[in-house]
Design a protein around this ligand. Structure first.
Ligand code: FAD
Length: 415
């Protein structure tokens, strides 16, 4: 079979890219070893984070680093045995998180985030997925006045520079908005622009159906079989060998395997994360996507139940699950909201695909014609899939991308 483009990886980034290529008249085959949206894009907190202009940095202060070193926190956990292999990534991540560099990165990252809602809106409408979306933002709640005031000051700075919108919440605002939250938080921030997704996997399934309605096809196959064929590319699939002029690697946390085979040594890392769904006790209702900021876990009222998601686990991508953060977070969550029993047979785990400068890699492969990269979206892949897909498809088809994507170029890592 011969097509115009192969997109490898059917998470939010791959599906969105496939749609935008197909819309531009390319005949596209989307390939994954699993059904679309079954990996990292399946289990996230479901937020389209318009407020997320400043990507999550690595702590700089020695005191905080020492607290993390104790390895007993909810928001971060590490496998000691994984540290040697992660050290190069972590050192570069720490370096890029220095206040000055972090601010420069936020400015370079902002165009992606600023367009995140608009680009999702386009695909949500086209795929008739409105029923999966809520448009009422999300909130962070604080246990101490010091943290509340520091975060409000930061929010005010971001509001001026990046036009994000928020409301400061008092303790009584929180009590009114969430009558079933039992802990008395001193206040909070409600980011008002973001949208939330009631079932991220269902959203990707809707995007996949839309892609197919445009004439695109999904086929199972293994990206490891990708090879050059004449001036293009070919890959083995369940339907035999498929050749195309262009191949896009949208392999999320597995991108390192495929890119290394072709001679590109990106300094990638992963931050693993877990989720579990819970019933609620009695008639308790959680109205808002809520982050318990000083403990570092999220409660999201999704279709499957209350989804509790955890922060970062620094471990090898393929090491067995160690959901200690989930256990710790659940114990705290039970003290703030009447969650009931666990609804999943075991915790879900995914791996956020990370780069040390906190920005994704989007663009043409430096040394191969017809090869394109779209991965490394870290904490914001659900948010940024459609923006990435559009910008990359525009680049691939000779248009000028609607945002400047030079800051996300693969070349910045000197590969
Ligand atoms: C706990 C948690 C909470 C999060 N919350 C949010 C949030 O609220 N908002 C947000 O924007 N982001 C969030 N994220 C991040 C977000 O989920 C990811 O950034 C995003 O899903 C990455 O999408 P992707 O398409 O790059 O990767 P993936 O969804 O992992 O897709 C990659 C695909 O490649 C396929 N693949 C890999 N290897 C091969 C191979 N050899 N052959 C064929 N196919 C292959 C996989 O099967 C997979 O389907 C969260 C992440 C976690 C873990």
């Amino acid at each position: 079979m011969t097509k115009d483009a192969i997109v490898l990886g059917a998470g939010i980034v791959g599906v969105s890219t496939a749609i935008h290529l197909q819309r531009r008249g390319r005949q596209v085959i989307l390939i994954d070893r699993k059904a679309p949206g079954k990996e990292t894009s399946f289990g996230n907190a479901g937020l389209i984070q318009r407020e997320g202009v400043v990507p999550y940095g690595f702590p700089q202060q020695i005191g905080i680093l020492l607290r993390y070193a104790l390895n007993n926190r909810i928001d971060a956990h590490y496998h000691l045995r994984a540290l040697p292999s992660q050290l190069a990534f972590l050192a570069r991540y720490w370096w890029h998180s220095n206040a000055k560099r972090h601010e420069m990165i936020a400015r370079a990252y902002a165009p992606l985030i600023e367009n995140s809602i608009l680009e999702h809106k386009d695909l949500i409408e086209a795929s008739h997925a409105e029923a999966l979306i809520r448009k009422d933002g999300w909130m962070k709640v604080f246990r101490t006045a010091a943290r509340r005031d520091a975060e409000l000051a930061e929010a005010s700075k971001w509001q001026k520079e990046f036009e994000v919108s928020y409301e400061a919440l008092s303790a009584s605002d929180i009590a009114r908005m969430e009558p079933n939250i039992t802990e008395s938080f001193v206040g909070g921030i409600r980011w008002t622009d973001p949208w939330s997704v009631l079932d991220p996997h269902a959203l990707i399934a809707a995007y996949r159906s839309y892609f197919e309605s445009l004439g695109g096809r999904f086929v199972t196959g293994d990206a490891a079989s990708l090879g050059q064929s004449g001036s293009g590319w070919k890959v083995m699939t369940s339907e035999g060998s498929i050749a195309a002029d262009d191949a896009v690697m949208a392999l999320g946390p597995w991108a390192d395997i495929a890119t290394q085979r072709l001679g590109y040594a990106f300094p990638l890392g992963v931050k693993r994360g877990y989720h579990m769904h819970y019933s609620t006790q009695g008639n308790a209702i959680l109205n808002n996507w809520t982050l318990d900021a000083e403990r570092g876990y999220f409660l999201a009222p999704m279709n499957q139940g209350i989804r509790l998601t955890t922060g970062a686990e620094f471990a090898s991508r393929d090491a067995p699950k160690t959901p200690v953060q989930l256990d710790r977070a659940e114990a705290v969550a039970r003290t703030i909201f009447p969650i009931g029993e666990r609804l999943d047979p075991e915790p879900w785990m995914g791996a956020r695909p990370c780069t040390p400068d906190m920005m994704p890699i989007i663009g043409k492969a430096p040394r191969h014609n017809g090869l394109w990269f779209a991965f490394g979206h870290a904490h914001h892949g659900l948010t940024l899939g459609p923006v990435t897909g559009r910008a990359l498809a525009e680049l691939m088809t000779g248009e000028t991308p609607f945002i400047d994507i030079s800051a996300y170029s693969p070349q910045r890592f000197g590969v």
